[in-house]
Design a protein around this ligand. Structure first.
Ligand code: SAM
Ligand code: SF4
Length: 329
């Protein structure tokens, strides 16, 4: 479809695709997954070839940035070769990844060599015992080693991500920020979203707004609003910690509705095109890529008309049964 673009019915142009390469993970973060998760059988997951075809279709339609995510993208065999293939697409400005960092000692250099320019690494606690509790069995030392491997490998940008929950890790806001400063990295604090049933805590009791996190930061650091803006990244507010290289981002899906400037869609590992994180509107791309691949682009263009105007999240209510790991964070 020559010169087609992805414009939805609210005149938003979609330039950013989050592609989940697996719903599986080597951790079980309490806010993301229930203890007992059912994962997709292999036959229902897109092959790497099919994922590449989906990525190609989006780039041909004007998508400039792809984020490989999951589940944990690094548990998917062949993800580096997928990265290589996507990064060479004409028109793609950036290929990036979100990872829990556990396997980065093995893969960081290969990812950089394959054209992954930036990486977000999730780290919700610096304390070994607490990290283990939050992830159900993870070792913080693996993540520390992964972060160091990523720094050594030479990504253009590394950002840490932390979901902050009242009573669980909100006493580490300053420690996590100082860790980022000491490593020369950026960090984003994320408000927990009510995606999927979990059994570890009641989300309404742990939710903490970005404004409260910002207040904690200002108790120690001098900050200034940052003009940092990435047109393909969409809305995230940043502040600069004065006299450091560190920017702190706030991702506020609960307290600040940023849907008006939404520029992204997601594709799950089973090939569902999700038009909004907080709604069920979707299109089954797997059957299209398997049965009538020539229609892929036109079906994606048409699906944009079904992108909802905004999400409505209520921490007291789970309206979306999909876990974040299945959604593609
Ligand atoms: N496994 C990788 C990781 O943890 O970075 C990538 C996938 S994970 C689903 C992507 C991001 O979503 C992580 O930063 C994670 O902390 C965040 N996340 C997961 N569940 C969430 C929830 N319910 N609310 C807000 N953020 C969540
Ligand atoms: Fe796995 Fe990432 Fe979900 Fe944690 S947040 S369980 S690392 S997918």
């Amino acid at each position: 479809m020559k010169d087609a673009q992805l414009i939805d019915s609210f005149n938003r142009q979609i330039r950013y695709l989050r592609l989940s390469v697996t719903d599986r993970c080597n951790l079980r973060c309490t806010y993301c997954m229930a203890e007992d998760m059912q994962f997709l059988p292999k036959s229902q997951v897109l092959t790497l070839e099919e994922m590449a075809a989906v990525g190609e279709a989006f780039v041909a339609l004007g998508v400039e940035k792809i984020r490989l995510t999951g589940g944990e993208p690094l548990v998917r065999k062949g993800v580096v070769s997928l990265a290589e293939r996507l990064s060479s697409l004409n028109g793609l400005r950036e290929l990036v990844m979100t990872s829990n960092g556990v396997l980065l000692t093995q893969h960081a250099q290969a990812l950089v060599d394959a054209g992954v320019s930036r990486i977000n690494i999730s780290i919700d606690s610096l304390q070994a015992e607490r990290f283990k509790t939050l992830t159900r069995f993870g070792s913080i030392d693996d993540v520390f080693a992964g972060i160091d491997a990523a720094i050594k490998a030479g990504f253009k940008k590394i950002k840490l991500n932390a979901v902050i929950m009242k009573g669980h890790n909100d006493d580490e806001i300053l420690d996590l920020t100082q860790f980022a400063i000491d490593k020369g990295l950026d960090i984003s604090f994320i408000e927990e979203m009510p995606l999927g049933d979990i059994n570890s805590h009641i989300r309404a009791q742990t939710s903490l707004s970005s404004a409260s996190i910002s207040d904690v930061l200002k108790s120690r650091y001098t900050t200034q609003e940052s003009d940092f803006e990435d047109p393909a990244s969409g809305p995230s507010r940043y502040i600069q910690i004065t006299d450091t290289n560190t920017k702190v981002g706030f991702i506020s899906p609960m307290s600040n509705n940023f849907c008006g400037s939404c520029n992204r869609v997601r594709v799950t590992a089973e090939g569902q095109l999700l038009l909004c994180l907080g709604n069920e509107h979707s299109l089954d791309l797997r059957s299209i890529v398997r049965e009538r691949p020539d229609d892929l682009q036109s079906e994606i263009v048409n699906a944009m008309q079904r992108k909802p105007e905004r999400h409505y999240f209520d921490p007291n209510e789970i309206t979306i049964r999909r876990h974040m790991s299945a959604t593609g964070g």
